[in-house]
Design a protein around this ligand. Sequence first.
Ligand SMILES: Cc1ncc(COP(=O)(O)O)c(C=O)c1O
Length: 417
Amino acid sequence: MAYEPTFTSGDPDRSGLFAWGRLIVAQDFERYSRADLERRTGVKWHREGAAALAAWVADMDFPIASEIASAMTDLIGSGDLGYPDPGLDQSLRTAFARRAADRHDLLVDPGLVVVVSDVVQAIYLCLLAFTEPGEGVVFLTPSYPPFFSAVQETGRTPVTCELSLGPERFEVDLDRLREQVRVSRARLLLLCNPHNPTGRNFDRSELEGLYEIAETFDMVVVNDEIHADLTLRGSAHLPFGALGREAMARSVTLSSASKAFNLAGLRCAVAAFGSEQLRERFSQFPAHARGSVSVLGMVAALAAWEKGNAWLDGALQVLADHRDLVVSAAREHLGPSAMCCPQATYLAWLDMRSCRLPDEPAAWLREHARVALSPGADFGPSGSGHVRLNFATPRPVLVELLDRMWSALETRTVGDP
Ligand SMILES: Cc1ncc(COP(=O)(O)O)c(C=O)c1O
């Protein structure tokens, strides 16, 4: 397929979040040119500069919602950057509970929500609070890489259960998982739903099966639902805690505005506990040891959850269109089973084993196509031969990125004996 990308040249006037006080008002998801992105200081683009198109770490290349920018510039403009008032913490917990109920039918008690600096921090603390050293923690693979490091670095034992690949989607193999939990006596299920990297939104029967296992073996279920608001058209997100009161009572839901609204550098997330007992066990770590959250992070998250839905609707449309483009291009170039259609997230999990590349595909593509994707092996041994591609970027950048990949692969095939 011949793609013809068109890039606008980098215009310094359009490149910043705000040119001192000037807010972004237009919701133009194509606002940033490639040159703008290459000048970014965040790790995603800064690591590569102009050397490769960056589609690895899960940040978006869109402008943030004007409502968020305006809430932040109001604070900055008035020098109002002192210690946050406890009322702000309460507003954030209430806003999350309201949002969870409105969007996902998840009934959260704001009194059982704890504001934390980030979701990964909350995962570490949950492992320390709800398991003993050496005990098993079960999670599905391929897996978001920090799940491995969190379990290892806290001295717990990883128990991994491979998702099975059905005709259309990855699925939880409940029988295998039950057996692994029985044998390992795992104490905690660490669930990522929607799932990174496959983009699965687990359905009711899968979640009920997981609940039944958790109930049988008396496990705490820690749900990383950071991608819930990134559920794309054609799918719906069902939180584990929405299965019912009993499921909620043994679970913790972790979330943040950071993925859906692109605020990852601001560090602000929430842990919503299903019972007072779980919240208390988590709170055994003194608040100062856990660290606290910045006023900018809290104000941005509040603005996102209370005022950001129109922006999010726009972003979801763009992302669903990008998802469809990547799925059809990947199937055309890599084969019909190279990619399952993600139901959520802006991440594509590509099986490149049919290309028979001499190296791991991410390394090969970095060298030959000058695109920076996440290496599949980072997501566990079964991820070898795969890559994860972040499609939350302006369409011209995405089109060029795909074009570079296919051109490099085609050139290689032609040169092969
Ligand atoms: C599943 C999942 N959990 C957590 C995170 C990171 O969240 P935080 O920055 O709040 O730790 C990410 C980031 O990509 C993610 O994909």
